[in-house]
Design a protein around this ligand. Structure first.
Ligand SMILES: [Zn+2]
Length: 581
């Protein structure tokens, strides 16, 4: 009955399974209207998360909820969230308990903890190769489907790495509640870690509350929004800008030169002012009083009714707030831990560790702007602004490897990139290597191992067009990862832990995280790796990228070992996005 059939759960098992689940889930609450906001559903691991882990338990009498579980789950139910149990039960395949015993144990869990809206159980063994056993994303996807939502609108709570990995591979959020048995590397790698189940529930409700509509909604007029750093920063601020656009008559964006190309791709912006700000720029020019005067004049002509200044946590909104006051902007909102005096009307505070897109949404909400119900709080691009993809990669379904980054610690080490290309190429993947104009030497070296070199041939728009047709993107912690998130293209994230993954990892997109999250560079914000050899990433086995692609369901589609047919044809594309003639 539980014979695996390669990837994809055998339909017969799935059907039996759902019948079992209906029997164990007595409550049908009928059609459900989800509350607007971040999440529709919370998926919970069973053993070690909801109830104490009794290995291969077939005895209802041994079911012991973790402390505070019932009250915590009732808080989620009261908030309108649907609940699922998502659990591996390989004891069934191993004959450690019967299907009937499993049903009785699950019924006891519901008796003690209240009803769950769906139960998703993997009955297979570790070696069965099924698509449902966590860390595969099958159960998470099935739970979302059963609840009438999508994985990106779900958050998974679990006690081990497989729970977090399954959630991430499906595009769901993850919160880990480790037990003493959880491996330290799995704790280090989790996007969010809290002490216990009630704390996980509090975190979920806090995140929902942070971006929720304020009491005094509905603002209008011209709003100046600001995000002054790099392309990736603009992309993760996109949902916050869309929230402002939903409530404003007109949106003017002030951005820096490094973010301009991304700004051009974002929805909701009517006008762009591009200006480097010496208190934000990573390589700032000296402050020039004439330049500051000119900027202040330019801001005055924008005639904004209010301003929302988006920043990263290490940036100050206050110098710009002063200029905006001088430009006559009557209402200014920003996140500021520093005392703002009379520079801010809305001084917002956000706890650390909140994902950047939610941090931006929470400032927008504090200023009175929220996304409309039909706008998923994910990253998005303007489809009408995407240029045609450069010729060369051929049919969609290739894998893009983007090895570089403007910040060394966040890039894929070149030697690793070469080995990844070799392994993927050997396994039959078509690999496209991308990089900026100053990375041509790097991309040529990397692509020589068996990929197509598009180094220097793509501006941000063309890169987006290339990624949009990819099966997956393999990339460090850099802008293109957020392009892929905005395009719903799965990401294999080679993420150096110099900054928190839960804050800067690819948002709401199927992702596999690789690299040593507990390495010595963790949370150092270092731009050059402080540890010789950059071990957090360079120790990644290229075969892990192959496994990651399989977990994400990205097939190889070229005959093994086949090379791309010749160099790319068609006109070369310049770095600024124009077509060279
Ligand atoms: Zn399974």
């Amino acid at each position: 009955m539980f014979t695996p059939r390669g990837l994809g759960n055998p339909p017969a098992v799935r059907r039996d399974h759902e019948r079992d689940q209906r029997r164990s889930a007595p409550v049908d609450r009928g059609p459900h209207r989800f509350p607007p906001g971040l999440f529709d559903a919370v998926l919970l691991d069973r053993d070690g998360t909801l109830v104490e882990d009794v290995p291969y338990n077939g005895d209802p009498e041994k079911v012991r909820p973790v402390p505070g579980a019932r009250e915590a789950l009732d808080r989620l139910r009261a908030a309108g969230l649907r609940l699922a149990v998502v659990t591996n039960q390989s004891g069934l395949a191993r004959g450690m308990f019967t299907a009937d015993q499993l049903r009785r144990v699950n019924a006891r869990v519901e008796e003690l903890l209240g009803p769950f809206d769906t139960w998703q159980v993997c009955p297979h063994g570790e070696r069965d190769g099924c698509a449902c056993r966590k860390p595969a994303p099958g159960l998470v996807r099935a739970a979302a489907r059963a609840l009438g939502t999508s994985p990106t609108r779900c958050v998974m709570v679990g006690d081990i790495g497989a729970d977090m990995d399954a959630a991430a591979a499906a595009g769901a959020a993850g919160i880990m509640v480790p037990t003493p048995a959880t491996r330290p590397a799995e704790v280090a790698s989790a996007p969010t870690v809290v002490d216990d189940l009630p704390a996980a529930v509090a975190r979920i409700l806090d995140r929902i509350g942070l971006v929720a509509a304020p009491a005094s909604a509905s603002r209008r007029g011209t709003v100046l929004v600001v995000r002054s750093d790099a392309a990736g920063d603009l992309l993760v601020t996109g949902p916050g800008i869309r929230a402002v656009a939903a409530g404003a008559d007109r949106v003017v964006l002030l951005c820096g030169p490094r973010g301009r190309a991304a700004a051009d791709l974002l929805p909701g912006i009517d006008e762009i002012i591009e200006w480097p700000l010496p208190w934000i720029d990573g390589h700032p020019a000296p402050v020039d009083p004439d330049d500051i005067h000119r900027l202040t004049d330019r801001l005055t002509t924008a005639d904004a009714d209010e301003a929302v200044i988006f920043t990263s946590f290490h940036q100050s909104p206050l110098p710009l707030a002063l200029l905006l006051r001088m430009a006559g902007v009557p209402r200014i909102s920003a996140i500021s831990d520093d005392y703002p005096g009379s520079l801010l009307d809305i001084r917002h505070r956000v706890p650390t560790g909140v994902p950047e897109p939610e941090r931006a949404l929470s400032l927008a909400a504090a200023a009175g702007f929220t996304l409309p119900d039909d706008d998923e709080p994910a990253l998005r691009l303007r489809a009408d602004r995407l240029p045609a993809a450069p010729a060369g990669p051929g049919e969609p379904g290739y894998v893009v490897l983007h090895p570089g980054s403007s910040v060394q610690t966040r890039a894929c080490p070149p030697e690793l990139a070469i080995r990844i290309v070799r392994v993927l190429h050997g396994a039959g993947y078509r690999v496209v290597v991308t990089g900026g104009p100053d990375e041509r030497e790097l991309t040529a070296r990397v692509a020589a191992a068996g990929g197509l070199d598009l180094g220097g041939r793509t501006g941000l728009g063309e890169l987006a067009a290339i990624i949009a047709r990819a099966g997956a993107l393999v990339v460090g912690n850099t802008g293109p990862a957020h392009l892929a998130a905005a395009l719903r293209v799965p990401v294999v994230s080679l993420f150096a832990p110099t900054v928190p993954y839960g804050q800067w990892g690819p948002y709401r997109v199927p992702t596999v995280r690789l690299g040593d999250a507990g390495a010595a560079c963790r949370d150092t914000r270092a731009t050059r790796c402080p540890v010789p050899g950059h071990p957090c990433l360079s120790a990644v086995e290229p075969g892990r990228v192959l496994s990651a692609l399989r977990l994400l369901g990205v097939p190889a589609d070229a005959p093994a070992g086949a090379v791309f047919a010749g160099p790319p044809r068609g006109p070369a594309v310049t770095a600024t996005g124009g077509v060279a003639r």
